[in-house]
Design a protein around this ligand. Structure first.
Ligand SMILES: [Zn+2]
Length: 485
């Protein structure tokens, strides 16, 4: 498997990784407005829309545009390359008009293109789509790394994430899914990650350029009401355009589409608009990501069987296409079930609440009782701790002599600070619920100079301290326990 993934991804490396430079970058409300070229003014409606978009902020005060500043040169380059794929050079599809890529602070994954009254183009992309692309790319690479030597890591990477989410259907809805690729080191594999993710941005922008160049229906001959048909046509035309000039790579886009399929199939009831009378899938038939992935794999085969000489069809493409087939055929999850209680997902029976309670009790009773943490849980076969299902997914409870018990939640770089903040708040609520009125006193939140936000609960000289730290964009939420002396 690793050989297949690495071979297919290496094909993308045949194309130089380019970063683009924006002509100007401006932050307006919850938008980063990246002007790629042209000088016509920003449409007033876009400006108002941006001003009305709430801009998320990290707990250390970092604004969302700082969090996503890294993306600007890559998005700029991806749009230019999408146009190169379609017709040879930047500006060829947009007729030399003003082009702006607008990055919106919004957790749902979306992209779109619109023509402005003054003739310019605005290409929108959400931070949710960026997060999803980055996470999927990391997970795909993690799969490749997993296979090195001792076989796949059974609890990390894309294959694990897809099977875990597939098996999670029908349970109570939670906005937090497990995060894949926890073991992947983005810094060490920076070039590989950027190259892989860039093939997804190419794909997304080539789709939008197809809307511009071929008309809003991308030349689709079927019924105007067939929105899925139209979107698949735009996918196909965009992908073929990229392939014709050596830009296309199908691995990461297919992985991205199937991950989107699982995510939306599972969490559809949570995504549905308030008061919606139809399901998420019925409301948005064009978001049939499984069908769209199927089309891309078919298009890939057709292109290569016709003797295309670009990297997309270099040696090994058949094996890679079979891998993609397997992924497309993998079962999509059924939808989660909304509970009667829309309030916090944690209750008295939640494993985290139970674990916190145990930690609090043992903290008061003394260190010896902490041994209980290891044996109470059937999952305690893990060498270093107990895995529990808590908000954020990546949390574990471990017991080490020095720490006297610890809950640790790690949030990958490029994932997001907003999610870490939410988990901090949820865990804080859980702690409050778990401790009840057993004599624990909560102190106010503290923010220290090192970007660490913390909250402490004390009882005598024992304490529980919840922390959210930010180490150069890598967010951790952890809970320390100190036992009574
Ligand atoms: Zn479209």
């Amino acid at each position: 498997m690793r050989a297949v993934i690495i071979t297919a991804l290496a094909l993308a490396l045949g194309t130089p990784l380019r970063t683009g430079s924006a002509q100007a970058t401006e932050v307006i409300g919850g938008c980063v407005v990246i002007t790629l070229r042209g000088g016509s003014s920003l449409d007033e409606r876009v400006r108002v829309e941006c001003q009305n978009t709430p801009a998320a902020r990290a707990p250390n005060g970092q604004s969302f545009d700082q969090l996503y500043a890294w993306a600007v040169p890559f998005l700029a380059a991806a749009f230019d390359d999408a146009e190169r794929g379609h017709c040879g050079l930047p500006g060829c599809a947009t007729n030399g008009r003003t082009v702006r890529v607008v990055l919106l602070s919004n957790g749902s994954a979306n992209a779109f293109v619109g023509r402005q009254p003054n003739g310019g183009f605005v290409v929108g992309i959400t931070t949710g789509l960026l997060d999803f692309t980055e996470a999927t790319s990391r997970a795909l690479l993690q799969d490749a790394m997993n296979d090195r030597g001792g076989g796949p890591n059974s609890a990390d990477g894309l294959a694990w994430w897809l099977s875990t989410t597939s098996a999670s259907g029908g349970r109570r809805c939670s906005p937090n899914l497990p995060s894949p690729a926890r073991g992947f080191d983005s810094r060490t594999h920076f070039q590989l990650l950027r190259t892989t993710a860039q093939t997804v941005y190419w794909f997304i922008f080539a789709h939008e350029v197809a809307h511009v160049r071929l008309g809003s229906r991308c030349g689709f001959a079927g019924a105007a009401s067939d929105v899925l048909g139209i979107e698949r046509e735009c996918d196909r035309r965009g992908f073929e355009a990229l392939a014709s000039r050596g830009y296309a790579n199908a691995m990461a886009p297919v992985a991205f589409l199937i991950a989107m399929r699982n995510y939306e199939a599972l969490t559809g009831p949570l995504l549905a608009l308030p008061g919606a009378t139809v399901s998420w899938a019925e409301a948005f038939p064009a978001r049939d990501w499984g069908a769209r992935a199927r089309s891309i794999v078919d298009t890939w085969r057709t292109i290569c069987q016709q003797g295309n000489a670009t990297p997309l069809c270099a040696d090994g493409w058949r094996g890679a296409a079979q891998w993609a087939d397997r992924m497309v055929r993998s079962p999509a999850p059924s939808a989660c079930v909304m509970g009667g209680d829309p309030a916090p997902p944690l209750n008295a029976h939640d494993p985290l609440v139970a674990a916190i309670r145990t930690m609090a009790e043992t903290a008061v009773r003394g260190a010896a009782a902490l041994e209980a943490l290891r044996v109470r849980d059937p999952q305690s076969d893990l060498r270093d701790g107990i895995s529990v299902n808590v908000p954020g997914g990546d949390c574990s409870i471990s017991r080490r002599a020095s720490l006297r018990g610890r809950v640790l939640c790690v949030f990958a770089r490029d994932r997001n600070a907003i999610e870490a903040t939410r988990v901090y708040d949820e865990v804080a609520r859980s702690i409050a619920a778990a401790l009840g009125t057993a004599g624990w006193v909560a102190e106010d939140d503290e923010l220290d100079a090192g970007d660490v936000r913390s909250r402490t609960w004390r009882k005598g000289d024992a304490y529980l301290r919840l922390r959210h730290s930010n180490d150069e964009g890598e967010h951790d939420v952890d809970l320390f326990v100190r036992a009574a002396q």
